[in-house]
Design a protein around this ligand. Structure first.
Ligand code: ATP
Ligand code: MG
Length: 199
């Protein structure tokens, strides 16, 4: 069993997230990709984050048309900050010792991996698939220097169709009354309008 895990704030989820998850799924022959919205991202405590229920709903709506994509609210059910290591330990329990876990991450976030909570332990336990975001290269030598040569067997890269989309840009567009069509799935666009998010 090979399980992809796609973590993010998903505020909102957009086509960049879905395209990178699909590329990783296909290239690594993943049996499923589990989308896990983060409850209180440790690195985003300063900015206002849309209530969990909306981010979870949008993630469900965006993924329902792909039978290999599933959603878990597990980080919302835990107290305190959301550390990826805790989530991976919980998934290890759920899927068993034989399962291979692949954390799918954008190249921009991959560059900060060494600063994550217990990063070395995390990399020893799960694989990382870094998806190249337009204009961002993954600095493999820097990662190797920090994590060591053996860890590099757990660090992979994939190319995804270059989608220069970010949640920050989508929130700004909505606030400015501009179109977000073709940047998010239609169901997400409708949900944002109906719930008057990002106004
Ligand atoms: P924000 O602008 O609020 O930071 P975001 O668009 O970066 O949002 P996140 O929820 O922060 O989205 O990202 C979740 C993961 O998806 C991260 O690993 C990030 O690097 C990656 N990611 C986001 N957008 C893209 C994209 N267009 N292409 C490739 N990776 C992406
Ligand atoms: Mg981001």
């Amino acid at each position: 069993m090979k399980v992809g895990i796609m973590g993010g704030t998903f505020d909102p989820i957009h086509l960049g997230h879905l395209a990178m998850a699909e590329s990783a799924r296909e290239i690594f022959a993943l049996d499923e990709v589990l989308f896990i919205p983060s409850a209180r991202p440790p690195h985003k405590v300063e900015r206002f984050v849309t209530p969990e229920v909306h981010r979870l709903m949008m993630t469900y709506l965006a993924t329902q048309s792909n039978e290999k994509f599933t959603v878990s609210p597990m980080e919302f059910l835990r107290e305190g900050l959301s550390y990826t290591l805790d989530t991976m330990n919980a998934l290890r329990e759920k899927f068993g010792a034989a399962a291979e876990l692949f954390f799918i991450i954008g190249a921009d976030s991959m560059a900060d991996l060494s600063k994550w909570y217990k990063a070395r332990e995390l990399v020893s336990k799960v694989h990382f698939i870094a998806t190249k975001r337009p204009g961002v290269e993954v600095d493999l030598p820097a990662l190797e220097e920090f994590f060591g040569e053996a860890a590099m067997a757990h660090i992979h890269q994939v190319e995804t169709p270059g989608l220069e989309i970010s949640s920050t840009d989508i929130r700004e567009r909505v606030r400015a009354g501009r179109s977000i069509k073709y940047l998010v799935p239609e169901v997400v666009e409708e949900y944002i309008a109906r719930e008057r998010l990002y106004k």
